[in-house]
Design a protein around this ligand. Structure first.
Ligand code: AMP
Ligand code: ZN
Length: 112
């Protein structure tokens, strides 16, 4: 499948991994928007939030269960933001479900 993040999972495109298990991979965003900017993705291809179903949503719960440990390892004691962009209006550029972890500075409160 011609999917950038599937290629990262396969190791065909390099990434800076910060966490990996059987279900998900976390790596540093190539264009960081904050001192810490990590992407967490399921290893199984899901197109985005719109691709989440009752059948595959377990991996979403799993990702949210590993995020606190990633944030702790990054030293994000002041907090952090988790974001998933879905579709063009939200600016989704990679059609493989991903959760941005942003932190390390006071984040803009404007969610738009
Ligand atoms: P989104 O715009 O929400 O779809 O997020 C996609 C993110 O993937 C952006 O923040 C990009 O900077 C990031 N990105 C694109 N290519 C790579 C790559 N090869 N390695 C790491 N992050 C990437
Ligand atoms: Zn994919």
């Amino acid at each position: 499948m011609d999917c950038l993040f599937c290629k990262i999972i396969a190791g065909d495109i390099p990434s800076t991994k910060v966490y990996e298990d059987d279900l998900c991979l976390a790596f540093r965003d190539i264009n960081p928007q904050a001192p810490t900017h990590i992407l967490v993705i399921p290893k199984a291809h899901i197109s985005g939030c719109n691709g989440v179903t009752e059948e595959n949503s377990g991996v979403v719960a799993h990702i949210f269960a590993v995020i606190p440990g990633i944030a702790n390892a990054e030293g994000l004691t002041g907090g952090y933001r988790v974001v998933s962009n879905c579709g063009p209006d939200a600016g989704q550029t990679v059609p493989h479900l991903h959760f941005h972890i942003l932190g390390g500075r006071q984040l803009n409160l404007d969610m738009a």
